[in-house]
Design a protein around this ligand. Structure first.
Ligand code: 5GP
Length: 187
């Protein structure tokens, strides 16, 4: 095992299945741990998170930015998300880290941590994202539309990342296995 730990980044558009994939990968890869994210997004009832999500308001988030407490942050579909610097650096002392973050945050981490491996998750077709967003019943229609529009632009960014994995509908396990196989080469 290399002395220095690595950061694996899972990125891609909203509702492509990143969180389910990250949960599955973390279950199989015990040397990888998730990060802690601060977010202004309200708590989501209908699905589980892959990491510790600390829900705060916008003033508190701005305070974290001003204090330099976030290693990266981004405004994603109207909410703020940022990775806790302290939690990340602490985890990296003992474990590899798996980050599930948006494309903007992923680019920042790529620059700040040369020892990274980045994986972009693609949908088979944009219709899959539309359908998955439709299952998020509590999400207002305008936000769903915003996420879908953003998804199209984000997909164009796939070329900037090391690996591209298509998450075929109803084939989650296959995507998880592909990522596990990639990460095994680096851990
Ligand atoms: P969701 O609200 O669906 O959990 O997440 C929305 C988007 O924000 C997803 O693309 C997710 O990967 C991203 N995201 C979650 N946590 C973070 C974070 O700490 N930093 C950044 N930059 N993006 C995040």
């Amino acid at each position: 095992m290399p002395k220095e730990k690595i950061i694996a980044i899972i990125t891609g558009p909203s509702a492509v299945g990143k969180t389910s994939i990250a949960i599955g990968v973390l279950k199989k890869m015990k040397k990888f741990r998730p990060s802690t994210t601060y977010t202004t997004r309200p708590v989501r009832q209908e699905s589980s998170e892959d990491k510790i999500m600390l829900h705060i308001n916008e003033d508190q988030f701005r305070q974290l930015i001003d204090n330099g407490d976030l290693i990266e942050w981004a405004q994603v579909y109207g909410n703020f998300y940022g990775t806790s610097k302290e939690a990340l650096l602490e985890t990296l002392k003992k474990y590899h880290v798996l980050l599930n973050i948006d494309v903007q945050g992923a680019k920042i981490i790529k620059k700040k941590f040369p020892k990274n491996i980045s994986i972009f998750i693609l949908p088979e077709k944009i219709e899959d994202i539309k359908q998955r967003l439709a299952t998020r019943k509590k999400m207002p229609t305008a936000i769903r539309k915003r996420r879908l529009d953003a998804a199209k632009e984000e997909i164009d960014q796939a070329k900037y990342f090391d690996y591209r994995i298509t998450n075929y509908d109803n084939r989650l396990e296959e995507s998880i296995e592909k990522i596990v196989a990639i990460l095994k080469k680096y851990q």
